[in-house]
Design a protein around this ligand. Structure first.
Ligand SMILES: Cc1ncc(COP(=O)(O)O)c(C=O)c1O
Length: 469
């Protein structure tokens, strides 16, 4: 009996499955022949399969709208794409094609919005939700954006201080500003800290509203925001924080009828193993149903529901393909497959937060399988990958060094965050620019000599890498 890699996958999972198939002995991803790409471009390479973005947006919109009909829910659903997940112009445009709204996280994001507007990709009525820490620069750009007619730009206050700074910036000037308030959540019990640094403590929100927003004609509070960063999961923890946010929403709504939106942030998971089984329909039904029930009990208007799905939107579009350069048996039990790039540099989340991705060979599915560790070619001992989400070990086809064709492997569903966190081509997480670099030396007399080697990264430098003209 032969224990081929194909048999292993076929027995362990339902296969072929959405996005993955074998054609003529090679793996296809979303129907694309990886063999063709390998022959055309050589490894290593990354891909972003843009049509998957539209499919994901459509699926979530359909499920929310179906749940809204089922529950006779009176509010609407708004899908915002969270740009920080992948800022590439092709990605953001693919999301906008599905009439998504956008969520921003830092100053350069506003330049990105203006570029997209100039290219006719979005309209001034597009809803832009501004999250993140509001530096002076970020705030100034948001206020300027609103002045040019982006009437649905909503500043979600991350701290009380932000409102104070907006007031100082406005001075005597009157500008009608739409606000949201982000509620700080309590993290999961195993977290390194208890309450998130993002947002305003729920116990302070009502007083803050009464003292600083109520009665001020420049401001209109529109949105309550919370984001459970460990994800939208059917757990006691998730529903506990969700109910807390709903309670706060009700309390604010009673004080402030202009609040019309509840924003759940991001957090929809994606498939990170072949056995992934998440019931999106059930979760969406529960979310809509729970909001409806509370609003009926409290006799308040049902809010529009906003989400800011990042990873869900673009994660499943991405893959990275490597060749195995060499196999090394380092002791009786441990075999290493050395790949032709660094894992730390290409899928940094695998190293930093132990994120898992779908790992599959592209060829040799008819070979026997072996337990292996995958090593990158950087010098760092952490540059490895050797466990999967459902498995503390990984298996790949074994091969002979004399085989004419190398083993090709791919990490799949890597489209979210990996480029910005690894600084692909010079981009940065949340588009926070590289700081200036100052070189310091001493002259012959022992005095400091400091020179600016490189200034802070500019918007144009960043946006050029991302494909904005
Ligand atoms: C405010 C906010 N919204 C949405 C997201 C997107 O989260 P996800 O990629 O898990 O959907 C993030 C991610 O950090 C966020 O900070």
């Amino acid at each position: 009996m032969k224990n081929t890699y194909f048999d292993l996958i076929d027995q362990s999972y339902y296969f072929p499955q959405n996005g993955f198939d074998i054609k003529d002995d090679y793996l296809n991803f979303h129907g694309i022949s990886l063999k063709y790409l390998i022959e055309k471009y050589g490894t290593p390479f990354k891909i972003l399969y843009l049509p998957r973005i539209g499919e994901q947006v459509k699926r979530a919109k359909n499920l929310f709208n179906r749940a809204i009909r089922k529950h006779k829910y009176k509010g609407k659903y708004h899908y915002c794409y969270c740009t920080k997940c992948s800022h590439f112009s092709h990605v953001v445009k693919a999301a906008l094609k599905e009439k998504t709204h956008l969520e921003t996280s830092s100053s350069f994001d506003i330049d990105l919005i203006l570029k997209l507007y100039a290219e006719g990709e979005l309209k001034k009525k597009t809803i832009i939700v501004h999250n993140g820490y509001k530096t002076q620069d970020y705030l100034e750009k948001i206020l300027a954006l609103q002045k040019t007619g982006f009437k649905n730009s909503i500043i979600v206050l991350d701290s009380k201080n932000e409102l104070k700074r907006i007031k100082e910036m406005l001075g005597e000037e009157h500008q009608q500003i739409k606000l949201g308030i982000r509620m700080a959540i309590n993290e999961e019990p195993q977290s390194a800290y208890y309450t998130s640094r993002l947002g305003i403590r729920p116990s302070e929100v009502l007083e803050f509203y009464k003292n600083e927003i109520e009665g001020n004609e420049s401001f209109s509070l529109k949105m309550v925001h919370f984001f459970i960063d460990s994800g939208i999961k059917d757990t006691m923890y998730y529903w506990g924080e969700f109910q807390k946010a709903l309670k706060l929403f009700v309390q604010i709504k009673e004080l402030c009828p202009s609040v019309k939106a509840l924003n759940l942030g991001g957090g929809f998971p994606i498939r990170n193993n072949l056995g992934f089984d998440y019931d999106y329909e059930y979760m969406i039904n529960e979310i809509v149903g729970n909001i409806k029930t509370v609003c009926q009990e409290e006799e308040i208007e049902e809010p529009d529901i906003f989400t800011e799905f990042g990873k869900y939107t673009v994660g499943e579009s991405g893959a990275i393909i490597f060749s195995v350069l060499e196999q090394k048996q380092q002791n009786d039990a441990e075999k290493w497959y050395m790949v032709d790039n660094s894992l730390m540099n290409t899928i940094p989340d695998a190293w930093s937060i132990l994120e898992k991705f779908i790992l599959l060979p592209v060829n040799k599915w008819d070979k026997e399988y072996a337990r292996v560790n995958i090593g990158g070619i950087s010098c760092d001992h952490s540059d490895y990958y050797n466990s999967e989400e459902m498995n503390q070990q990984i298996f790949l086809p074994s091969y002979e060094d004399s085989d004419p064709e190398p083993l090709y492997i791919g990490f799949f569903h890597t489209g979210a965050y990996q480029d910005s966190i690894s600084g692909y081509g010079g981009i940065k997480h949340c588009l926070i620019p590289s700081p200036k670099l100052i070189m310091i030396d001493r002259d012959e007399k022992g005095h400091f000599v400091d020179t600016v080697y490189r200034n802070e990264q500019t918007v144009d430098e960043m946006l050029t890498i991302l494909g904005y003209k």
